[in-house]
Write a protein that binds this ligand. Structure first.
Ligand code: PLP
Length: 386
């Protein structure tokens, strides 16, 4: 098949393969290769490709109603909002289309809350190397290397502190501070956990200071760490939680979830043509109902442990570095090998892995990955690490 790629805007380095089909852990390109996916569309299709229950939910809703505009309630929007409110322990949910949009909404909501309740406070303390999206505000909130001079002038109001440094947070807080925002595990940075103790200390501190704790669960939420939400491991309750990626099981769906006391948007403050569409929300309901089953989450935890064990053994055998992460969000630090080169070579063996740093490989398989697929991944990875 002759496919013209010349008119596709070049927003990232893409390998010269064209995906056409997917089932379980395998997407297939035009030549039928590349069948072991440990990237999962950047963790966006968490439950695996081509799941029948997801296709059935999609088809049933598509037959009923695809979109009725956010100007009206719809059944699926209400159902998904209820599921997410019950799951997070928070009260109000705004459904949207991408992680960046959810975080942009969280920033706007915090600023509005600050205007109302903290005499105009608007700054959000964020973490060095954090990642929150690619809109102007979420890029400013991110601490990604090389982004500090991009697309200037920057949206102001996002002082940065090192992840895990509570004293630095205390020093960064001022009368203009409205909240602190972080990921429970910094995924794009290379899988660096914030630490349960740090999250608990931060919750305590933000309560004492009367500022908001905003937890970006776009990569860690919806079962990725073996619990429904990453913050559950620390036993805390944030004021605002954002979700995306796995929530839609591969379709564009994200959510901003907030405590009732923080939910202060007024008509006109927030919205968008496709927000809360019944089709996307129906798929989100099917995903949440499936992933939140205790047996599903226990299996994620078990396979995550197995993945870490296998990677740790391989790393020890071949002289590489740390294996870190939680559940099925795991990184391997390489010694003496360039991670993007290893990822490119793995592609030649039909394995998709991702290199978020020059010395780090990241593994985000389907939440339904099997032990046999993990074994196969290790076998295909091994030649590139030796
Ligand atoms: N927040 C985190 C923690 C992410 O990992 C990402 C994407 O990688 C985003 C936000 C942005 O999500 P999206 O790409 O859906 O806009």
């Amino acid at each position: 098949m002759n496919i013209d790629l010349d008119h596709v805007m070049k927003i990232t380095e893409r390998p010269p393969i064209v995906m056409v089909e997917g089932l379980g852990s395998g997407p297939w390109d035009l030549d039928g290769g590349h069948d072991l996916d440990f990237v999962r569309a950047w963790a966006g299709s968490g439950c695996g490709h081509g799941r029948r229950w997801m296709l059935e939910a999609m088809a049933a809703q598509a037959n009923l109603l695809i979109n009725c505009s956010p100007a009206y309630h719809n059944e699926q929007m209400a159902k998904l909002a209820t599921l997410l409110a019950e799951g997070t322990g928070l009260a109000e949910v705004f459904l949207c289309n991408s992680g960046a949009e959810a975080n942009e909404g969280a920033i706007k909501l915090a600023r509005k809350w600050g205007a109302r309740h903290r005499t105009g406070a608007h700054e959000i303390v964020t973490m060095e190397h954090g990642f929150h999206g690619r809109t102007l505000a979420t890029m400013a909130a991110s601490g990604k290397r090389g982004w500090d001079r991009l697309f200037e002038p920057k949206v102001p109001g996002f002082p940065k502190v090192p992840l895990g440094d509570l004293d630095a947070v205390k020093r960064a807080v001022c009368p203009d501070t409205v909240g602190v925002m972080l990921e429970p595990i910094q995924g794009e940075a290379g899988v660096f956990p914030a630490g349960d103790d740090f999250l608990r200390d931060l919750r305590k501190l933000t309560r004492e200071l009367g500022v908001l704790l905003i937890v970006d669960e776009i990569q860690t939420g919806i079962g990725r760490t073996g619990r429904m939400f990453g913050f559950e491991h620390a036993g805390i309750e944030p004021d605002i939680v954002t979700l995306g990626k796995g929530l839609g099981g591969g379709v564009p769906l994200a959510a901003l979830v907030a405590a009732r006391s923080v939910s202060c948007f007024e008509p006109g403050d927030q919205g968008g043509t496709f927000n809360g569409s019944p089709l996307m929300a129906a798929i989100g309901c099917a995903v949440v109902e499936t992933v939140s089953q205790p047996s599903f989450l226990a299996a994620v935890e078990e396979r995550g442990r197995y993945l870490m064990e296998r990677l740790s053994a391989l790393s020890a055998e071949l002289g590489h570095g740390e294996v870190r992460g939680r559940g099925l969000l795991v990184a391997l630090e390489l010694r003496g090998r360039d991670a993007p080169t290893v990822a490119r070579e793995a592609l030649g063996r039909g394995l998709l892995v991702n290199a978020p740093r020059p010395d780090t490989l990241r593994f985000m398989p389907a939440l339904t990955v099997t032990i046999a697929e993990i074994d196969e991944m290790i076998a295909r990875l091994r030649p590139g690490l030796a």
